[in-house]
Every structure is written in structure tokens, then in C-alpha cells.
Write a protein that binds this ligand. Structure first.
Ligand code: ADP
Length: 603
């Protein structure tokens, strides 16, 4: 449901209204209110009252030709026209009336006090209240009747019901978190020994690996309330609002303890504070408040703080010191087994045909995150529906891997004949160089159908297996493989195209890392020239060496890539016949699997 909001009126608008109301009040209402009601009576009544000595004060207004007078108790004011009456003064003197000059201005002291002091204050208070409410309404959502409400989403008793079983893979992370669940179930056991639970646990890892899910699962397993808030929700336009929200969040959490408080993307508020020219006051105040709150609640108070980030290195050291977020749980990209489990967990929601082999799909989708795998399953289901089938087949899943990783097939992008030939040779060039170096199937599958991501072909790499170390030779071979596409173009067509830009980038990155980070050059030995700054998001690096060294590094990188490029060209020249054969096959069929590739190679 969309809420239609009236455009906000500027604050000055309200001030002008208040001013106008006050001015109107002063000009119109005040004289009217302060004047006592005057009754018009005839001269006879006046004379009669004078006779009966009922007059209080009398004011003769010669200019207006009228007489104002009051009764004995001064409670009513009368007015009458003046008659030519020479005895008037005598008459009045006899009646015992007081001569007065200011009947009209006079009024009861209580009324005057009320009108001049209390009424304006009341009016101001009412208008102020109105404006305050209005501003709050404009500033926040429907329930923002108080500044600094945390707006945290509360899932009491884990309404979503996510359990550890729903989070596939990630066994190490689950193991770390099981302890927390156990603590929430049975805090006495820990108190007895005097063991204190960590107050904060930081879940770090690339996007889409299930950090949010894990946090929810902890709450679900422990059956405690779960407060969830994103770091960016704390940062507001007004300085101090974020801090107020943090206070409110912790207040709520303490009332509901034991419970879990989850802050997603904590780097939005937890960035290092120093060294910024354009310091962000609001963020710093919010962070300070968070630090204070974390110090404030005692150990074993039952409030456990979980936070997720994919940029742990950017967090303020004060946040990660012991006593705050002192435990770090890595949530890495899933391995082969993990991927298969994730696929199976998500496949429970869809109808799967009998031919589906999740192991094979998991192998094909190497490097995919949990979120991508969930997406692959969903894309496959959509494809099945599109084709009018009742269940998902292996082919659906295989196609959807390419869709998720490389984008949809471009239906209307027709490669010209010569372009298609070049793409075929380019892709086979990579694969052939790889195969000749490793003597095993280098790819799962190559297709040369243009994708919406802009790729003209797509190569599904083989799973490299559990592989934690890479030798210098392996990296060099990889660089050679990356240059293989371009090398094939050179060997076959004698000219080059723009198709290799991504290969060039990767080859450069790898060769540079060999020299600057892995200590694989003779000249620099084991000296780090670069540091990794963004491990989970692309892996940016920053140089830390002199300008001359940089120039030397650049020369070495060029030499390294050149050598491998030459090697690739050599391999392709020696296997020219196989190159032609394979490229022809790919060109005609538009797709080639690893097995077909090897059988042609060894034919
Ligand atoms: P993160 O917080 O790490 O960015 P999420 O926890 O929000 O990632 O995960 C996004 C989606 O990806 C989840 O809703 C879930 O469908 C899927 N997913 C990610 N990791 C897993 C996993 N290990 N098991 C099952 N599903 C997963």
C-alpha cells in the first residue's frame, strides 16, 4: 500500500501563521475582551439610579456627548446620551458617585491577569504542540511519535522459524554459534563456572553467504526474540538521532532479555573514525553510543549482539577489541559439499525431476554464493514454467547457472560469421593452452552464445577442488591460459580484437600479485609491496612502496606476462591442427563439453 504524502510545508510557514494569529488576537480580540459589555440605557434610568444612590463610578465624556457609569458594585457598565442638564454635577455629587476618567480601561484584576499572561502562554503551548506533532509526522514513519525510536524489526519468538538446518553448509560458523544457543538456553551452566559469553559476535564474509540467515537461525534455535536493524538505519539527517536510536534499541533489548540484537552492515556506522577530512559527526556519535552501550550492559545479561559485515578491515578497532565484538565468525563462500547442500535445501521448495544431479550442478557452479545458488534454483523453476513443464530438469538447472552468472542469452544479438569464428578460436585458445599445461580437462563446457552481460562466450571452469596453496608454476600457467585467447587470434588471424580486455585485466592482476604480494620475484624477495584492503568485495589493493620501485614492478609485470603470452603462442602453434579442429566443432555446434573437448584432443 502506498502512502500518499502531502508535500511538506517549510517551517517558516508555521511561524508566519503563529505571528498572524497573535497579531489578530491583539488587534481584535484583546480590546473586545478587555472591554466590559456596556449596556445602553435612557437618561431616565440614569436619573433614577442617581436618585436612588445606585451609581458607582461616573465618567462624563463631553466630546462623545455621552455618560458612562457603573452600578454600585462596579459589575455592570451603562451608557447614556447627554442631556442639557445644568444640575448634573450637583445631582451626581448628591448621589455619592465617584467621578472617574477610565471606566472602560478598568476591569477586574483577575481577568486582566488571565488575559495578558495566561492566555498567550496557553495559545503558544497549543500551537507549539501542534507543530511538534506535525514535524514528527513529517520526520518519521507512522509510529515515530518520539525522536530516536529505534524502529528495529522485532521477531518475537522467531516468527520466521529459521533453524540451523535451513542454513546449509557453513558448518564451522554453525559450530561457533551453537555455543551461543546453548548459553541462551542455559545461562546458569556458564555462570556457575564463571564463564562469560562474548557480548558481540561479528559475522564476516562475502555478500550472500547467509550471514543474516545464521543470525536469525541463532534466535530461532534459542527461541528468543530477535531484534534486527541495518547499520544504515541508524544514520539520520540530524546529529544525535542515531545515538538516540542505539539507546532505544538497547533499552528494548534489555527489557526483552535474553534476546539477540542483529545489526546488518555494521560498517555503515562502525567505520574507522580517524583520518577523515569530512568527518561525519552523526556517524561518530552513533558509533560512540554503540560502544558505550556495549560497555554498559554487564556480561551474562542475556543480550547477545550479532553483527554482519563484508568489510571487516574497515571497522573501528574500538569496536573489535575484547569486550565488544570480540568473536569473529567467518562465513565463507561455500565449498563443493556446501554448494550441494544449499542447492538441496532450496530445491525442497520446488518440484524436481528424476534426472537432476545436484552434485554435478554444484560442481558447475563453482564460486557461487548461497544467494546465487538460491537464485539458480529459482531461475530453473521459472524456466520450467516458461516451457510449460511441471517439474525442473537438469537442463533447466544447467542453463540457469549460465543465466545467473553470465546473464540471459541475447536473442537478437547475431554475431557475424567472422566474429563467431574469432570468438570460437578465442575460447578454444584458452582451453587448449590450459589443457596442454595441466594434461586434464580444462573446462566443463564452452558456449559461444552472446549473453546479456556482454560476454560473447562463456566458459564454465572445472572445479579446482580443495586447493589452498598455489605454486609459482600454477600461477604462471594460469597467466598463460589467460593470454591463450589472444594468442589464438594472433596465430590464426594475424590480428587482434578487443575481446581480450577481461583476460588482460586478470592476467595483470595475477602477475602483479605474484611480485608484490606473494614474494615470487627474485628481485624483491619477500617484501610486501602491496596490501590487500578489501578482501571480501573484489580484493582491492593499495601500493606501499616508492615510485622507483613501482616502476620496477611495472617492468617486471610486463616481462612476466610477455613470457607467458609467448609460451601460449608457442603451444598453439605446435598444436595448430587440434586448434582448428576444436574451433570448427565449437563454431558449428556453438557449445562443447569438457569430455568432447578431450576426445577430439586425443583423437
Ligand atoms: P548475507 O547476509 O550474507 O548477505 P543472506 O543471509 O541475506 O546473506 O542470504 C541471502 C539469501 O541467500 C538467503 O535468503 C538464502 O536464500 C540464501 N542463502 C545464502 N546462504 C545460504 C546457506 N548457507 N544456506 C541456505 N541458503 C542460503
Amino acid at each position: 500500500m502506498n502512502e500518499v504524502k502531502k508535500p511538506k510545508k517549510p517551517l517558516i510557514f508555521y511561524y508566519v501563521i503563529v505571528l498572524l494569529v497573535l497579531m489578530l488576537f491583539n488587534f481584535l480580540a484583546m480590546p473586545w475582551l478587555t472591554q466590559r459589555q456596556i449596556q445602553q440605557v435612557d437618561y431616565g434610568t440614569f436619573l433614577e439610579m442617581a436618585e436612588n444612590k445606585e451609581l458607582g463610578q461616573v465618567e462624563v465624556q463631553q466630546q462623545e456627548n455621552q455618560i458612562l457609569f457603573t452600578n454600585k458594585d462596579n459589575t455592570a457598565v451603562y451608557k447614556t446620551g447627554m442631556m442639557p442638564d445644568p444640575d448634573l454635577t450637583q445631582r451626581l455629587a448628591d448621589s455619592g458617585a465617584q467621578f472617574s476618567g477610565e471606566i472602560i480601561e478598568q476591569m477586574s484584576p483577575l481577568l486582566s491577569f488571565l488575559l495578558t499572561w495566561i492566555l498567550p502562554i496557553v495559545i503558544f503551548a497549543v500551537i507549539g504542540q501542534f507543530m511538534y506533532k506535525r514535524m514528527l509526522k513529517n520526520a518519521g514513519g507512522p509510529n515515530a511519535m518520539m525522536f530516536g525510536k529505534s524502529n528495529a524489526k522485532v521477531y518475537v519468538k522467531s516468527s520466521e522459524g529459521i533453524k540451523f538446518a535451513d542454513v546449509a553448509g557453513e558448518d564451522e560458523a554453525k559450530e561457533s554459534l551453537t555455543e551461543i544457543v546453548d548459553y541462551l538456553h542455559n545461562p546458569g551452566k556458564y555462570k556457575e563456572v564463571g564463564a562469560a559469553m562474548p557480548k558481540g559476535i561479528l559475522l564476516v564474509g562475502p555478500p550472500g553467504t547467509g550471514k543474516t540467515m545464521l543470525a536469525k537461525a541463532v534466535a530461532g534455535e534459542a527461541n528468543v526474540p530477535f531484534f534486527s536493524m541495518s547499520g544504515s538505519e541508524f544514520v539520520e539527517m540530524f546529529v544525535g538521532m542515531g545515538a538516540a536510536k542505539v539507546r532505544d534499541l538497547f533499552k528494548q533489548a534489555k527489557e526483552k532479555a535474553p534476546c539477540i540484537v542483529f545489526i546488518d552492515e555494521i560498517d555503515a556506522i562502525g567505520k574507522k573514525r580517524e583520518g577523515q577530512i569530512d568527518g561525519n559527526d552523526e556517524r561518530e556519535q552513533t558509533l560512540n553510543q554503540l560502544l558505550t552501550e556495549m560497555d554498559g550492559f554487564e556480561e551474562n545479561s542475556g543480550v547477545i549482539l550479532l553483527a554482519a559485515t563484508n568489510r571487516p578491515e574497515s571497522l573501528d578497532p574500538a569496536l573489535t577489541r575484547p569486550g565488544r565484538f570480540d568473536r569473529r565468525v567467518p562465513v565463507e563462500l561455500p565449498d563443493l559439499k556446501g554448494r550441494e547442500e544449499i542447492l538441496k535445501v532450496h530445491a525442497k521448495k520446488i518440484k524436481v525431476g528424476p534426472d537432476v544431479d545436484f552434485g554435478k550442478i554444484a560442481r558447475m557452479a563453482s564460486g557461487a554464493s548461497g544467494a546465487e545458488l538460491a537464485n539458480i534454483i529459482n531461475e530453473a523453476a521459472l524456466r520450467a514454467v516458461r516451457d510449460g513443464r511441471k517439474s525442473v530438469t537438469q537442463a533447466d538447472l544447467e542453463e540457469s547457472i549460465e543465466v545467473v552468472i553470465a546473464g540471459y542469452q541475447k536473442k537478437n544479438a547475431i554475431l557475424t560469421d567472422s566474429e563467431k569464428k574469432i570468438v570460437a578460436y578465442h575460447e578454444i585458445g584458452h582451453a587448449l593452452v590450459a589443457a596442454m599445461q595441466s594434461h586434464s580437462a580444462p573446462v566443463q563446457k564452452i558456449t559461444i552464445v552472446p549473453r546479456t552481460s556482454g560476454a560473447l562466450g562463456y566458459t564454465m571452469q572445472v572445479e579446482e577442488g580443495e586447493h589452498y596453496l598455489m605454486s609459482k608454476e600454477e600461477i604462471e600457467n594460469k597467466v598463460a591460459t589467460l593470454t591463450g585467447g589472444r594468442a589464438a587470434e594472433e596465430v590464426v588471424f594475424g590480428s587482434v580484437t578487443t575481446g581480450a580486455s577481461n583476460d588482460i585485466e586478470q592476467a595483470t592482476k595475477l602477475s602483479r600479485a605474484m611480485i608484490t604480494r606473494y614474494g615470487m620475484s627474485e628481485e624483491f624477495d619477500m617484501v610486501a609491496m602491496e596490501t590487500l584492503t578489501n578482501q571480501y568485495l573484489g580484493g582491492d589493493t593499495s601500493l606501499s612502496c616508492s615510485a622507483e620501485t613501482q616502476a620496477q614492478i611495472d617492468r617486471q609485470v610486463v616481462a612476466l606476462v610477455k613470457k607467458q603470452h609467448e609460451k601460449a603462442r608457442q603451444i598453439l602453434k605446435e598444436n595448430r591442427q587440434k586448434l582448428d579442429e576444436l574451433a570448427k566443432y565449437l563454431y558449428e555446434k556453438e557449445t562443447i563439453t569438457g569430455e568432447e573437448f578431450m576426445s577430439i584432443l586425443h583423437a
